[in-house]
Write a protein that binds this ligand. Structure first.
Ligand SMILES: Cc1ncc(COP(=O)(O)O)c(C=O)c1O
Length: 405
């Protein structure tokens, strides 16, 4: 008899962001227009200077790049971090990865043995679960809630979740899926916990630039001189430059053992994409005006979405402070069923939306069952459609349930 496939393989969860795709495909086949608010794949144009790398391409062979990363990209990244004020970072502290996704996986592998624990705050970016399963690691959730804007609970509450197996605290700032931007005080708390318990901090800052209402992002990199060996930064160019399909990310640490290990993993998978990296290397030439425009656009989208959602009976959401996501409470018992209904049984003038059920963003069973995550990655005109679709679909769904008895 054939051997069993691995338990770790079977434990990898299906992505709640993508699991309803077959229903969307069917809706499209029936001639319905589907707006994708389920995934953080922005419609904002990639900077012209990056696209020009493609239009001006002359090389006759697409070779591997270096495992460490293309030298021009590494130089641009170093300049980027230095300009943010983190002058201790040089190219030896960076490894270019296949998106932030690979950096997450490397950070998990670098800090844990099979069976170890990583503490994080739920709801959290659901793909952390996949990398935890791949690495045989347990995600231990600390609950945050909408009534506190999903901010961190007090230090004692966090510390209660630390066990002898805890190796790292993982947090995402600005947060996907909640849109929360953590204050300097909150990050101080995490740093003092990490110091007290000798833990690594894995900070996912792929949305660093997306903070609203004149907030300032306070980076974990501000603590590099205080706890240089404990910090691992996960970063990505996907969202910042609308480069999701280019698959370029970064692992950054002043801990030489971690960077050397990440380099050995990088050598094993040869290199990130050459063309992708050459496009990304133009980051230092992207004009400030690009970010100003993008920032304004996201802030408008956020405002339209937030105001619109609050105008729907029974719907509540804390005002998202950053990134481009929010977790929304809906007047339904089973949001996954509702998200499915939107694709299979509902349309407004031939149009509907795809949004992500939130339960998959929690590790604690039963949480998030009345919530959805919305990614406001489409233009204001479509966000207005989303609001009207939700306004009408919610009573239609609840009436349908009632009539079923
Ligand atoms: C919080 C967070 N971290 C990491 C990633 C990974 O993105 P990528 O692999 O495209 O860099 C994402 C993507 O949505 C994300 O939301």
């Amino acid at each position: 008899m054939l051997k069993n496939v691995s338990r770790r393989l079977l434990q990898i969860p299906e992505s709640p962001i993508r699991k309803l795709v077959p229903y969307a495909t069917n809706a499209i086949k029936k001639g319905i227009k589907v707006y994708y608010f389920n995934i953080g794949d922005p419609d904002i144009e990639t900077p012209e200077i990056m696209l020009e790398v493609l239009t001006n391409w002359k090389q006759k062979t697409i070779t591997y790049s270096r495992s460490h990363g293309e030298p021009t990209l590494l130089d641009s990244l170093k300049a980027y971090y230095n300009k943010l004020g983190h002058t201790s970072i040089n190219i030896n502290n960076l490894v270019v990865t296949l998106g932030g996704s690979e950096a997450i996986s490397m950070a998990f592998l670098a800090t844990t043995e099979v069976g170890d624990e990583i503490l994080t705050f739920e709801p959290f970016y659901t793909n952390y679960n996949s990398y935890a399963a791949v690495n045989g690691v347990k995600i231990v959730p600390v609950k945050t809630s909408a009534k506190d804007g999903f901010h961190f609970p007090p230090q004692q509450v966090i510390e209660k979740k630390i066990s002898s197996k805890t190796k790292a605290i993982l947090f995402c700032n600005p947060n996907n899926p909640t849109g929360t931007v953590y204050s300097q005080k909150e990050i101080n708390t995490l740093v003092s916990i990490a110091k007290k318990h000798n833990l690594f901090i894995i900070a996912d800052e792929v949305y660093r630039e997306f903070v609203f209402d004149k907030r300032k992002h306070f980076s974990i990199l501000n603590y590099l001189s205080e706890i240089p060996k404990q910090i691992i930064l996960v970063d990505s160019l996907s969202k910042r430059y609308s480069l999701c399909g280019a698959r370029v990310g970064v692992l950054c640490s002043l801990n030489k053992q971690i960077i050397d290990g990440a380099m050995r993993i990088a050598q094993g998978r040869l290199s990130a994409g050459l063309i992708d990296q050459l496009m990304a290397s133009k980051l230092s030439k992207v004009p400030e005006s690009y970010f100003k425009k993008v920032h304004l656009e996201y802030q408008n989208r956020r405002n339209t979405l937030y105001r619109g959602l609050l105008s729907i009976p029974g719907v509540s959401v804390p005002n998202p402070e950053g990134a481009f996501y929010c977790i929304v409470d809906l007047p339904v018992k089973n949001s996954e069923d509702f998200c499915k209904f939107l694709l299979t049984d509902f349309n407004l003038k031939g149009e509907t939306i795809m949004i992500a059920p939130a339960a998959g963003f929690y590790a604690t069973p039963g949480l998030g069952r009345n919530q959805v995550r919305i990614a406001y990655v489409l233009k204001v005109e479509y966000i207005k459609k989303l609001i009207e679709i939700l306004r009408q679909a919610l009573p239609a769904y609840n009436n349908k349930l009632k009539s079923r008895g």
